[in-house]
Design a protein around this ligand. Structure first.
Ligand SMILES: [Fe+2]
Ligand SMILES: [Fe+2]
Length: 343
């Protein structure tokens, strides 16, 4: 048990209930994967499929691999939803149905579209060994992850604030590289998903902002603890068939760095964003421990910047050792070789 958490969450029940409908979208008006993928019940759907496959041919193997990794990360949603549901105060015996629980389900419903959309696009692309991808997805859900948050909602929402921004960065950069390659449709898909991640990040940051207002010292200590342990990635245990837990994730991370889709610099920039938005430097009336957490946090981006080159060199070295010779089982060797016959 962590002190004060349940009281804080109960105090914010009404706030969350009041804001649910502005922070998240009504399913009946929200975008759906079908809006961005060919409708194969129509003849024009086959034309759309043809152009999807043309786009897919233009993507580099690196970008395609990161896209697959991002999709698998999204598809492991059951892990994230069940983790949030057991954070202290989200639901309790006396409060089995709280606005936090409603938030979790509604958020989960929105997130579920991300994996669905990317999965469908990749399936139709003809460049991916979907069965191997599915083995990885099932393995990842089977293995879970380690957010290092215990069941503390303060630590938990630092984690989600960070991760929603991180996934936004990744989707945006995949989209940018797709557009450069001429894959305009995929660019639109990635931008759409990134837009959701942005909205979710705003919501989680708002929740943590409220924790800071109501329980400043404890919230600051939780933030410090998360940053000392470093934010892990949700797909940290990703593995292909026959591989060790996390082995494929390490290769995936190297490609994300090599292509500039998600790098150590992004990690530092996200940290700076959180420190700035939560106004950490200007919090007052702190306990001695919280004051030292404040100093630690405010100095952390600068300290990371100093060792950025060293961090980049380390990733580059492991990439050179394993990367160039490494082939993901997800990617077909002569993928998408068959142009679709004319109608
Ligand atoms: Fe997502
Ligand atoms: Fe997300």
């Amino acid at each position: 048990m962590h002190p004060g958490r349940i009281e804080t969450l109960r105090h914010l029940d009404q706030f969350v209930a009041d804001n649910l409908s502005t922070l998240l979208r009504d399913p009946e008006v929200n975008w759906q994967p079908t809006d961005y993928t060919p409708d194969l019940s129509t003849e024009s759907g086959f034309e759309a499929l043809r152009s999807l496959r043309e786009e897919a041919r233009m993507l580099s193997e690196d970008v395609l691999t990161v896209l697959v990794g991002d999709m698998i990360t999204e598809e492991a949603l059951p892990t994230y939803a069940s983790w949030i549901s057991v954070l202290e105060g989200v639901q309790t015996k006396s409060h089995p149905e709280t606005p936090w629980g409603q938030w979790n389900r509604a958020w989960c419903g929105e997130e579920n579209r991300h994996g669905d959309l990317l999965n469908r696009w990749l399936y139709l692309s003809g460049r991916v060994n979907m069965r191997e991808v599915e083995v990885t997805t099932q393995s990842l859900i089977h293995d879970g992850g380690d957010t290092q948050t215990e069941n503390d909602p303060y630590r938990g929402f630092v984690y989600t604030s960070f991760q929603e921004i991180a996934t936004r960065v990744s989707h945006l950069n995949v989209g940018r590289l797709a557009r450069q390659a001429g894959a305009e449709g995929l660019y639109k898909i990635c931008s759409k998903i990134a837009g959701d991640e942005q909205r979710h990040a705003r919501a989680y940051k708002l929740f943590f902002q409220k924790f800071l207002e109501l329980d400043t010292n404890e919230a600051l200590l939780a933030f410090q603890d998360m940053m000392k342990k470093k934010i892990t990635m949700p797909a940290m245990y990703m593995r292909e068939r026959g591989k060790e837990k996390g082995e494929s994730f390490a290769r995936f991370e190297e490609i994300a760095t090599r292509t500039g889709i998600y790098t150590s610099r992004d990690y530092i920039e996200i940290l700076e964003n959180l420190i700035g938005d939560w106004n950490i430097a200007h919090l007052q009336g702190l306990s001695p421990a919280a004051e030292s957490a404040q100093q630690f946090l405010c100095g952390l981006p600068g300290r990371y910047m100093k060792i950025l080159d060293r961090m980049a060199a380390r990733t580059k070295k492991s990439d050179e050792e394993a990367g160039p010779n490494y082939r993901f089982s997800w990617i077909l060797e002569q993928g998408n070789p068959f142009p679709l016959p004319a109608l």
